[in-house]
Ligand binder design. Structure first.
Ligand code: NAD
Length: 431
């Protein structure tokens, strides 16, 4: 059998995500002349946790790890947000991602606030047994700073339902026997057998697809036959591509951490998934496509671009190459401020991350509700409820953008910030 040598993940840019989210916030806050006191509250994070913890490696050595959890705001409900395992995880990345979560949950009308965290590691360097011990020890280090009614983590880059099952098991094991089953909703995105919800696995990618579909309906553009490209072929990228293909659109290029591939005539989503699974998660070497330089990826001819990997991917360096007329942000913060200016100037529309990938946190909310109420919903019910909620959000954002003559991102931020402003104005500031 031919063996394919994997290239180590590219170096990631982590600069500027915090600056981006702050500039996005300030632009919207200026538009609505946000109350100055509330602006001061929302500009900062409530709690920032940095933990160092030891873990025994397979070879008997002890390694020390650095983990983060940043809780931005909980005016609307418990903190909610993913845990990421990646070398770029640091305090500023966690702050930026936590803030985006606050806007996202507020925009979706959920009873949650925003948080984010993770561990600064390259998980490809560890065995599964080591990753389990790292996850369990991180959970123990977080202790009662997370909890089903306080702060509820979920999967993000390089974490998945298995990671959530380990967190749940560790967290529950620290509780008294009588309390254990009341803690099932301490994390979402769990495997079905461990209290997960039907549909949560595909919720983010399905939501990305639905947002593209709603946008295309408004513009009266059929998706059938339209070419799309996807950056990141993980949970979000794969499911978005799966539903786009089901609708008749054609995937022509994909990029992951190892490289980029293209086939103008179309790449089968199922065949690529099967290949990547057998190739340690990498798409490189897929026989029905040819490799291209990463720098050429966003310049590939297509109608729709779906960045579904990391932040700061569309910047002033590459935004002018974009051929797509629509960018649907599956990832958090994939377009930086300068990149966005160029895209908008060139007439490229952007469905912003806090709307476009909000299917994930809405799916998580459904899982949390089911666990809390002892209910189990069938897949069809989850998908219908998700579609209804996303359609409401999409309509609100589109109408606000039209009424206020602003882009969709600013409109989404306005709706999110106004809901928080109302909560603070009605409740006042303690004491
Ligand atoms: P994942 O770990 O399942 O997949 C990440 C993918 O990105 C992999 O294919 C990886 O190879 C690729 N990648 C990593 N670095 C890259 C690079 N420099 N260039 C190109 N590709 C690269 O992660 P995911 O859960 O799919 O998350 C992807 C994005 O979506 C993140 O920004 C995350 O915050 C956001 N998001 C995820 C969810 C969710 O439910 N998982 C919800 C909302 C938003």
């Amino acid at each position: 059998m031919k063996t394919i040598k994997l290239i180590p993940p590219k170096k990631q840019s982590k600069q500027g995500m915090l600056e981006n989210v702050m500039r996005q916030f300030n632009k919207a806050a200026d538009c609505i002349d946000l109350n100055v006191h509330i602006r001061k509250i929302l500009e900062v994070t409530n709690t920032e946790l940095l933990v160092h913890f030891p873990v025994r490696m397979d070879n008997g050595d002890v390694a020390i790890f650095k983990g983060y959890r940043v809780q931005h705001n909980n005016a609307l409900g418990p903190y909610k947000g993913g845990l990421r395992y990646h070398p770029t995880v640091d305090i500023d990345a966690a702050r930026a991602l936590a803030m985006w979560m606050t806007w996202k949950t507020s925009l979706a009308g959920l009873p949650f606030g925003g948080a984010k965290g993770g561990i600064q590691i390259d998980p490809t360097q560890y065995s599964l047994a080591e990753l389990e011990r790292i996850t369990r020890r991180f959970t123990y280090a977080l202790g009662d700073n997370i909890g089903p009614e306080l702060d509820i983590p979920a999967p993000d880059v390089n974490t998945n339902s298995q990671t959530m099952a380990w967190i749940l098991d560790t967290y529950m094991s620290t509780k008294s026997p009588a309390e254990r089953s009341t803690n099932l909703h301490v994390v979402t995105g769990k495997p079905i057998g461990a209290g997960g919800s039907e549909g949560r696995d595909r919720a983010t990618g399905y939501g990305v697809f639905l947002n593209i579909k709603f946008w295309a309906e408004r513009k009266k553009i059929p998706l059938k036959g339209k070419k799309f490209i996807v950056q990141g072929f993980g949970n979000v990228g794969y499911w978005a591509a799966y539903f786009m293909e089901k609708e008749g659109a054609v995937m022509t290029a994909v990029q992951d951490a190892y490289g980029s591939i293209v086939n103008e005539n179309g790449i089968s989503v199922a065949a690529l998934l099967e290949y990547a699974k057998a190739n340690k998660g990498s798409i490189l070497g897929f026989k029905d496509a040819h490799p291209i330089a990463n720098s050429e990826f966003f310049g590939v001819d297509c109608a729709i671009g779906i960045p579904a990997a990391l932040g700061n991917q569309l910047t002033k360096e590459n935004a002018s190459q974009v051929k797509a007329f629509l960018i649907a942000e599956g990832a958090n913060g994939p377009t930086d401020i300068e990149g966005e200016k160029i895209l908008l100037k060139n007439g490229v529309e952007i469905i912003p991350d806090i709307l476009c990938n909000s299917g994930g946190v809405i799916g998580s909310y459904f899982e949390w509700l089911q666990n809390r109420n002892g209910e189990i919903w069938p897949l069809e019910e989850v998908m219908q409820k998700l579609e209804k909620k996303l359609r409401e959000s999409f309509t609100k954002v589109s109408e606000t953008a039209k009424d206020r003559k602003v882009d969709m991102r600013t409109a989404a931020f306005i709706i999110a910030i106004e809901r928080l402003e109302e909560a603070y104005v009605q409740r006042g500031i303690f004491p």
